[in-house]
Design a protein around this ligand. Structure first.
Ligand code: SF4
Ligand code: SF4
Length: 176
């Protein structure tokens, strides 16, 4: 009984090899051959600009709060016109799991995913990307959205002094 089992165990692998030799090849010879990625593939993250060419990121920390692996860090600061931006912005791609939660949390659509997955690096320190490397010169997947056309500029003028703003009402004038 055991001799038949041994013969079968010897022949079967050869049969499997022979059978698969005539099947279509399933492997892809990357990097010479590249398959098409899914349209919603989540790869390397970028920081985009609005249609006016300004940085979209307002350093609100929502992306870092949403990140399940805590790989986003930044320092917020403010321009003279009250516009917030990140003094520095850092993503540790050696920890990133490309879940896309940061992009979902971002109110200004600043942080976006790309189809780039070629980021492997033997040096873990080089997988930490700074703002200069993350910030791109285009709007990414949202060419029309401009957060600052809706909200975001801090109030720097006194009440009633902003362009188009009425003077405040003296409520005591309304008293009988
Ligand atoms: S894709 Fe996920 S893991 Fe990567 S930075 Fe964004 S929230 Fe964090
Ligand atoms: S959520 Fe968006 S706007 Fe806020 S800090 Fe992150 S990238 Fe910047």
């Amino acid at each position: 009984m055991s001799i038949w089992r041994d013969i079968k165990g010897t022949i079967e692998p050869f049969w499997i090899t022979l059978r698969n030799m005539f099947r279509p090849v399933a492997t892809v010879e990357y990097p010479e051959v590249r398959t098409e990625l899914a349209p919603r593939y989540r790869g390397r993250l970028i920081l985009t600009r609005d249609p006016d060419g300004q940085e979209r990121c307002v350093a609100c920390y929502l992306c870092s709060a949403a990140c399940p692996v805590d790989c986003i860090s930044m320092q917020s600061t403010e321009a003279e016109n009250g516009r917030r931006y990140a003094a520095w912005f850092r993503i540790n791609f050696s920890r990133c799991i490309f879940c896309g939660l940061c992009t979902e949390a971002c109110p200004t659509l600043a942080i976006q995913v790309t189809g780039d997955f070629e980021m492997a690096n033997r040096n873990p320190l080089e997988t930490v990307w700074e703002k200069e490397e993350l910030l791109v010169d285009h709007c990414g997947q949202e060419p029309d959205y401009n957060f600052y056309h809706h909200a975001g500029i801090g109030v720097t003028a006194a009440r009633g002094e902003s362009p188009g703003e009425d003077k405040p009402v003296d409520v005591k004038d309304l008293m009988p």
